[in-house]
Design a protein around this ligand. Structure first.
Ligand code: FES
Length: 72
């Protein structure tokens, strides 16, 4: 679904940016340019960011061990 018509950003693009490391709407905006033209999409874009981050945190919380990598 298109979230931002001005720049052509979809909810998939936003999720992808979060999976690649963005942790906030500000970072997603910098990575995708969502909401940088007319700004009408900002509310929906923030909602998609919030939902995706919440889902990610719930997934990580359900792991039986911390998802960290260490070098031996
Ligand atoms: S619809 Fe996203 S900046 Fe205009």
């Amino acid at each position: 679904m298109y979230v931002c018509l001005c720049v052509g950003v979809t909810d998939g693009h936003i999720r992808e940016a979060i999976y690649e490391g963005c942790c906030s709407y500000r970072e997603v905006r910098a990575a995708t340019n969502v909401g940088t033209q007319c700004g009408k999409c900002a509310c929906l874009a923030k909602q998609v960011v919030r939902e995706t981050l919440t889902k990610l945190q719930a997934t990580q919380a359900s792991l039986p061990f911390p998802a960290e990598f260490t070098t031996a």
